[in-house]
Ligand binder design. Structure first.
Ligand SMILES: *Cc1c(COP(=O)(O)O)cnc(C)c1O
Length: 241
């Protein structure tokens, strides 16, 4: 079996090759290791291999791992759906939230973020695939929500997150990049798109942040309480069907 260290090296190589092929600096692509359903000791292996940014989908699971790893040098990203009754804990414990899709959620996060903390980094989740996913705002709603987030005192608008449907063509990624470019005057610098299966395409089309789980940690074993989201949008679609 390959180790987490081997997997991380392979992913970094994929990033380097894809960036080179696109004429981009590999340093302009941040790797978030999505560790949902995987135990803290595996995350510690990734940390030992130099990984600092981790993505989680479930608040309770994430908090347990934060308390277990106790490492201020780690950066925690909430990449899963955000419920409004969790905003206080999320604002207290995470460094980034990728799934803001309403002004109400943004306002609650800003109110809950403490003055002693740096502003919470926020990405607006865009639903670029229509009905294939229920999370995220429609592309047309992005500019107004981005302006609202940028105006909130304890949030920092960083950009956009999206999960193109499996097999989506380059056009989807280009439309996302165009939406993102329009936010650069508001201070946006991060386009979070690309997972284990579409990293190369995402990098070719301008992604600056990848969220990679399977290629680093291996296949996820589904936990009963996590079934609806454990497989990402595909799992959610199946659970609803
Ligand atoms: C699980 C998940 C990922 C990682 O997906 P892989 O295909 O395992 O790389 C990325 N983003 C989100 C939002 C996820 O829920």
């Amino acid at each position: 079996m390959r180790s987490i260290d081997d997997n991380l090296q392979a992913v970094r190589q994929r990033i380097e090759r894809a960036a080179q092929a696109a004429g981009r600096d590999p340093g302009g692509v941040t790797l978030v290791a999505v560790s949902k359903t995987h135990p803290a000791p595996l995350m510690a292996e990734a940390r030992a291999a130099g990984q600092r940014a981790f993505g989680e989908n479930y608040l309770q699971e994430a908090v347990e791992k934060m308390d277990h790893l106790r490492d201020a040098s780690l950066e925690w990203h909430l990449v899963g759906p955000l419920q409004s009754n969790k905003t206080r804990a999320v604002a207290a414990r995470f460094d980034w939230v990728h799934s803001v899709d309403s002004e109400k959620l943004a306002r609650r996060l800003s109110q809950a973020r403490q003055d002693a903390q740096p502003p919470l980094n926020v990405l607006i989740q865009v639903n670029v695939s229509g009905e294939a996913s229920k999370s995220g705002v429609a592309p047309g709603a992005v500019p107004a929500l981005a302006a609202a987030v940028a105006a909130l005192p304890r949030l920092k608008l960083r950009g956009l997150m999206a999960i193109p449907e499996p097999g989506a063509g380059a056009g989807r990624y280009r439309a996302l990049k165009a939406l993102f470019d329009a936010l650069v005057p508001l201070g946006a610098d991060t386009l979070s798109v690309g997972m284990s299966d579409d990293m190369e395409l995402a990098i070719a089309e301008g992604s600056t942040m990848l969220r990679v789980g399977t290629a680093i940690f291996g296949a996820r074993v589904r936990k009963p309480e996590a079934v609806a989201c454990a497989g990402g949008p595909r799992g959610a679609a199946k659970a609803r069907a």
